[in-house]
Write a new protein. Structure first.
Length: 85
């Protein structure tokens, strides 16, 4: 089960890796989870599945509901008004 209290996750990257350990999709598991005998912290293709997810599936409005920190960050980005000298 994936928690909805995402801002309370101590180590989000490790949380994601542990979720993927139980994943039935071998390609996803192989990409994100480091091999057992490895000293690597992440799998050999960690970034590509995340990029694909963000580009094709992530619903930021829904994510903001579950993450106050994401909501605050997006509010600051949207309100940003650069000043040019």
């Amino acid at each position: 089960m994936i928690t909805t209290d995402v801002d309370d996750i101590d180590d989000p990257k490790q949380y994601l890796i542990n979720l993927c350990r139980r994943c039935r999709k071998k390609a996803l598991k192989d990409a994100i989870v480091p091999p057992a005998e490895s000293t690597a912290k992440v799998g050999k293709d960690y970034n590509n599945p995340l990029i694909k997810f963000v580009q094709e599936s992530w619903a930021i409005e829904g994510a903001k509901v579950n993450s106050a920190s994401l909501r605050r960050a997006m509010d600051v980005i949207i309100a940003f008004q650069p000043t040019w000298n």
